[in-house]
Design a protein around this ligand. Structure first.
Ligand SMILES: [Zn+2]
Length: 107
């Protein structure tokens, strides 16, 4: 039955946008993390999506800029932080830094 338990926890994580009980929001960087391992949830989901561990230097990006939306379709993997930042810099130029970081346009 251990498998069942894990499965239900996984569904809860990926479907819920809010608090799920076994994750918390890190106040330092704003990312949801697992309480047991302190692993960022988006990196965990990305590894499931890729079906392998992330390599050192690989960066997971939220396509809609919402750090709390860790559905697999919202995550993109970049091979380096440099490539990742190019996307945010382009965002910032077009829509402002606020949009680039949290998906909301500066009024
Ligand atoms: Zn990003």
């Amino acid at each position: 039955m251990a498998n069942n338990y894990f499965g239900s926890r996984t569904r809860e994580r990926s479907n819920s946008k809010g608090r799920t009980g076994n994750t918390y929001i890190d106040k330092n960087d704003g990312y949801p993390k697992f309480k047991d391992s302190n692993k960022p949830v988006h990196r965990w989901v990305a590894e499931k999506k890729l079906n392998r561990k992330l390599k050192a230097g690989e960066v997971v990006h939220h396509k809609n800029r919402n750090k709390l939306d860790n559905s697999p379709s919202n995550l993109a993997i970049f091979s380096s932080q440099k490539k990742h930042w190019e996307v945010h810099k382009q965002d910032a130029k077009k829509h402002g830094w606020k949009y680039s970081m949290i998906g909301k346009k500066t009024k």
